[in-house]
Design a protein around this ligand. Structure first.
Ligand SMILES: O=C(O)c1cc(C(=O)O)c2c(n1)C(=O)C(=O)c1cc(C(=O)O)[nH]c1-2
Length: 231
């Protein structure tokens, strides 16, 4: 392998190693995926995560607004279409709302965000504000927690139907859609990151950005654990 490929492979493996701090290991998430959550805890999680879901296309639009590279924009814009929907596709936000209905929330209580905890909102705002202010390559890099997302979505698809038979299966469609969407997103995010962050200081910067994003997801779970308890 050439030195250039070696460097990229080594950098990518250090990015992937950060997955040990992913919220898949948070006690609140483990409770959800290991079948110990009550209907109230699941409803609390879905209602709070709605705040993250609606922020994602705003965050991606902020990245586009800072990005002078037309080719990069042509690819990145797909993320906004995925979440907002287009044509016949109602999109990810609507799929999340339907998850809310399937777990027993009303559309109104999902959409008016009455259950969203202050620290969840602050964490989500920190992500959107980072994307508004950072160079577009750094903001794209911060999406790389998605490297670890297919596994958490798959875990929900594999375990929730047995643990929570009261949830209508159609409600889990959001997770199914994300399996392919997240893999495609990651390809672009990684390409930009491996290309832009070169040299030890820049690589460390990318690792720090990824840690910042991992922390956002982690503290959202901390807030929900504090509000709804952990079994
Ligand atoms: O359910 C999850 O655990 C989870 C995590 C993440 C993530 O790692 O940021 C995303 C998603 N889901 C997700 O559904 C999603 O669309 C998404 C977009 C992004 C991003 O940073 O641009 N992260 C995530």
């Amino acid at each position: 392998m050439s030195a250039v490929l070696d460097r990229a492979a080594d950098f990518e493996s250090r990015l992937r190693a950060q997955g040990s701090a992913y919220h898949i290991y948070h006690p609140f998430n483990r409770m959800l995926n290991e079948g110990r959550a009550s209907p109230e805890q699941i409803r609390g999680w879905v209602a709070n995560r709605y705040c993250y879901q609606i922020a994602i296309p705003i965050k991606d639009a902020a990245i586009l607004s800072n990005c002078p590279d037309r080719e990069a924009r042509r690819e990145w814009i797909q993320r906004i279409l995925d979440h907002d929907g287009h044509g016949e596709d109602p999109g990810g936000i609507e799929a999340w709302t339907r998850l809310g209905l399937a777990v027993g929330l009303s559309r109104a209580e999902v959409e008016d965000q009455r259950h969203v905890l202050p620290s969840v909102r602050f964490a989500v705002d920190a992500y959107v504000n980072f994307a508004r202010r950072a160079p577009w390559q750094e903001a794209m890099c911060s999406s790389l927690t998605e490297l670890f997302a297919p596994k958490i979505h798959q875990e929900r698809l594999s375990t929730w139907p047995q643990h929570y038979p009261w949830i209508e299966p159609i409600g889990l469609q959001y997770f199914r859609n994300r399996l392919t969407q997240a893999r495609r997103d990651v390809e672009q995010g990684l390409r930009v990151t491996l290309d832009y962050f070169q040299g030890p200081a820049a690589e460390q910067r990318a690792l720090d950005i990824l840690k910042f994003k991992l922390d956002i997801l982690w503290v959202m779970n901390d807030a929900m654990a504090q509000a709804y308890g952990v079994a």
